[in-house]
Design a protein around this ligand. Structure first.
Ligand SMILES: [Fe+2]
Ligand SMILES: [Fe+2]
Length: 408
């Protein structure tokens, strides 16, 4: 178990660990968010001790890093077989081929069971790679012959979903693993329906019909049947077509009642569908991405959408960004074709400047300044100056998630 202890603010930079709770000022302003790594804090906010003292905070709860047990280490090593030093471009291809074989024989129960078991451990390898290489989504697999499209879709959704999980929950390796594996298997039920020997006309009809809506349930059942007992993976596959506003299926869950891993896979799924369109002559463009943002409003967890877009260098409204000149601000609006050069409300208002009118930078007309990076990753990246924030910022930067439900 992780142990939490109260650390004197004076010793904050002598310790290693993670903040075990939000640090608030007496008036309730969020000073530091729960989950922040002290090593990150040291480099990003050398003035953190002064800040806390100024607000009368003299000790903070810190969770110590848990040493890895021999058992966990063994489990980790066993998932890396054969050992992979860095994500080989061939890895996703090999996994997709393996998946293609499973899909081709999905009607054969024995082969399906064996295939699912081996893909499950391969999914573990993939998630280790996702955690180790932050740019992993840039090596998304493609298949020139399109024969393995469904399999590549699974691999790419696994990579994207694992990547998002890793950005949002860097301290939860088991969760990242379950999301990656869930991404890999999310459409296995669809593969089963498509392999069932129906004529192409019937399949075309089924595709638009509610019958295809059974594929998440079928997927869950197939995985259970193959011996998968990881309740997170099962629930992510079951719920990957639930929609934020409650209009999804199979259970009509809404908002945060949808398992967070399923919400992540849903976003990765829609995003990969946009990317995959390019094979049909439609270029992936800012416009396409922009339409995804528009269509995702109210349908997907916007925090997750933003995490994904920020990780590929796009900044929808509400993103907190750092500019190339060191200033930071909130993205106000983005227009089609201008997603990378939006208008930004600067975080000014420090002390005596507070009475000044808000300063807005329009990157479309200011070619010198550009966005250096987004800074709304929970717990993983430096945070901007806090005194400048005002009230609204905490909801942008530090929205909380409950742990994924353990169904047991
Ligand atoms: Fe699906
Ligand atoms: Fe899908």
């Amino acid at each position: 178990m992780n142990s939490t202890e109260m650390i004197s603010v004076n010793r904050l930079f002598d310790e290693d660990g993670i903040l075990a709770g939000d640090i608030l000022s007496p008036s309730g302003v969020l000073l530091l968010p729960s989950g922040l790594d002290l090593a990150t804090l040291r480099s990003a906010r050398p003035d953190a001790i002064e800040l806390l003292k100024k607000h009368g905070v003299d000790s903070v709860p810190v969770k110590k890093h848990e040493p890895v047990t021999a058992e966990e280490f063994q489990r980790l090593v066993s998932t890396l077989s054969p050992p992979v030093v860095r994500l080989n471009p061939l890895l996703s291809r090999v996994i997709a081929h393996q998946m293609g074989v499973v899909y081709a024989n999905i009607g054969n129960r024995e082969m399906r069971e064996r295939g699912v078991r081996s893909l499950f451990s391969v999914g573990g390898t993939l998630s280790s790679e996702v955690r180790r290489i932050p740019q992993i989504t840039l090596s998304l697999g493609e298949d020139a012959e399109r024969k393995l499209d469904a399999a590549f879709h699974g691999v790419n959704v696994a990579l994207l979903a694992g990547h998002i999980a890793c950005r949002l929950f860097p301290l939860w390796p088991d969760f990242i693993r379950s999301v990656t594996i869930g991404g890999l298997f999310h459409d296995i039920g669809k593969a089963f329906i498509l392999s069932s020997g129906y004529s192409s006309e019937i399949l075309k009809m089924l595709r638009d019909d509610r019958i295809t809506q059974t594929h998440p349930l079928l997927g869950e059942a197939l995985l259970r049947d193959a011996g998968v007992r990881n309740s997170d993976v099962l629930s992510f596959v079951r719920s990957h077509h639930e929609v934020w506003d409650g209009s999804g299926y199979p259970d009509g869950l809404s908002g945060e009642n949808i398992p967070v891993g399923a919400r992540i896979i849903a976003v990765a799924n829609v995003f990969h569908n946009v990317l995959a369109d390019k094979g049909e002559g439609k270029k992936r463009s800012d416009q396409a991405i922009s339409s995804v943002i528009a269509s995702t409003l109210g349908k997907f967890d916007h925090f997750i959408v933003r995490a994904l877009l920020a990780s590929i260098g796009l900044y929808p409204p509400g993103s907190v960004v750092e500019l190339s000149d060191g200033r930071s601000g909130v993205v106000l609006e983005t227009r089609e074709r201008n997603l990378v050069r939006p208008r930004i409300l600067l975080m000014t208002g420090l002390g005596k400047q507070r009475e000044l009118a808000p300063e807005i930078v329009d990157l479309r007309t200011d070619p010198v300044v550009s966005i250096r990076r987004a800074i709304d990753d929970f717990g993983t990246t430096p945070i901007p100056p806090l005194a400048a924030s005002g009230e609204g910022r905490s909801s942008v930067l530090f929205r909380k998630y409950r742990l994924p439900a353990k169904l047991e």
